[in-house]
Design a binder for this molecule. Structure first.
Ligand SMILES: [Zn+2]
Length: 293
C-alpha cells in the first residue's frame, strides 16, 4: 500500500476509522494540526474506508472504489478549496446541492473543505446550516491548520480530530477509562481523552453524588466551575451511564430523554450553568421551567 497508509502517529484519527469500521461513521469532522497533506491523506483514507468494496479488508486501497477515491475521481467524494483568496458562500452552496443529490455509486458521500479557515462569514453560515441538517449517509470534513480559527458554533457540532505534528505524539493511547466512560464509542472516547479521562470520570462522579444526595444546592459550586465543553462531556458520559442503567432496568428511560434534551439546549447556546440547573431539577423530580419548556 506504500504511501497510502497513514503513519502510526495518527492514532486519534485511527479512532475515527475504527468507529467507521464499527458502522458508526461521524457526520461532521474537523481535522486540525499536522500538515494539510496529512489531513488530506486522512480524508481520502476515510472516504475509501466508507466506500470500500472489500469486506475482508475494509479500506483495502486496491478495489475499484478505493482506487477511484485515491485518484480523486470517485463521484461521491468531493474536495472543495478556496476558489480565490477566500472560500465563498457559492462554493458551499454548490457543495450543498451536490450532497442533496442521490449517491452515484458509493455507500457514503464524503466531502472535504480544505483550508476551511478561508471561509467567508456567509460561507460559514451556509456550512452551519448544512451541519445542522446533515444529508443522510454523508460525512462532512473540514481541514484547517489551527482548529481555533473555526467558529465555535461550527466546532460545537463537529468532532475535532487533532493530527500531531511529526515527532510530537500527544495521542492518548489505550485509554481504557475513556472507552469505558464512552460506553465503547471510540469517537466519544477520543473526545473524553483529549480533556483527560480522569477529570471526566471525576465530573461524572461529583454530579452523580449531587443526584444521589438529592441536594440541588450542591450543584451550584460545580455549575459555576464547569465550562461549556466540560458540561457537554459530562452530559454525554451521563447519557452513556443512563443508557446502560436503563438497559439493565435500573433507570427510567425518561431520565435519558431529559439528558438528551439538555444536550440539545447546550447546542443551542443556552448557558451551560442554566442547562445543568434545569436538568438537575428535573432529574430530582422537581420539574422546573425554562429552557424551551
Ligand atoms: Zn477497497
Amino acid at each position: 500500500m506504500g504511501g497510502w497508509s497513514i503513519s502510526n502517529l495518527f492514532r486519534q484519527f485511527d479512532l475515527v476509522l475504527e468507529a467507521v469500521r464499527r458502522g458508526r461513521p461521524p457526520h461532521f469532522l474537523i481535522l486540525h494540526g499536522g500538515s494539510a497533506a496529512e489531513r488530506r491523506k486522512g480524508f481520502l483514507r476515510l472516504a475509501a474506508l466508507l466506500n470500500c468494496e472489500n469486506t475482508a479488508e475494509p479500506g483495502c486501497g486496491h478495489c475499484l472504489a478505493c482506487r477511484k477515491v485515491m485518484n480523486f475521481n470517485h463521484p461521491d467524494v468531493y474536495i472543495v478549496e478556496p476558489a480565490k483568496t477566500s472560500l465563498g458562500v457559492e462554493q458551499v452552496g454548490e457543495l450543498r446541492s451536490k450532497l442533496q443529490r442521490a449517491r452515484y455509486e458509493g455507500r457514503y458521500r464524503a466531502a472535504l473543505i480544505d483550508r476551511a479557515d478561508k471561509m467567508t462569514a456567509e460561507a460559514n453560515n451556509a456550512l452551519l446550516q448544512l451541519a445542522e441538517e446533515p444529508p443522510p449517509a454523508t460525512v462532512l470534513v473540514l481541514s484547517v491548520d489551527n482548529g481555533e480559527t473555526i467558529l465555535p458554533t461550527l466546532r460545537s457540532r463537529a468532532q475535532m480530530v487533532f493530527f500531531p505534528v511529526a515527532a510530537e505524539d500527544a495521542a492518548p493511547e489505550g485509554d481504557a477509562r475513556a472507552l469505558a466512560l464512552a460506553g465503547g464509542d471510540a469517537a466519544l472516547a477520543y473526545e473524553i481523552s483529549l480533556g483527560g479521562s480522569e477529570a471526566a470520570a471525576e465530573r461524572l462522579a461529583r454530579y452523580e453524588a449531587v443526584l444521589a444526595a438529592g441536594d440541588f444546592l450542591r450543584l451550584w459550586p460545580l455549575a459555576a466551575e464547569w465550562e461549556r465543553e466540560e458540561v457537554r462531556l459530562l452530559l454525554l458520559t451521563l447519557a452513556v451511564r443512563l443508557r446502560e442503567e436503563t438497559a439493565a432496568g435500573r433507570a427510567q428511560p425518561a431520565r435519558l430523554v431529559l439528558v438528551k434534551k439538555a444536550l440539545a439546549d447546550l447546542r443551542y447556546n443556552v448557558s451551560p450553568r442554566l442547562v445543568l440547573e434545569v436538568l438537575t431539577l428535573r432529574l430530582l423530580g422537581r420539574g422546573g421551567k425554562g429552557v424551551g419548556s
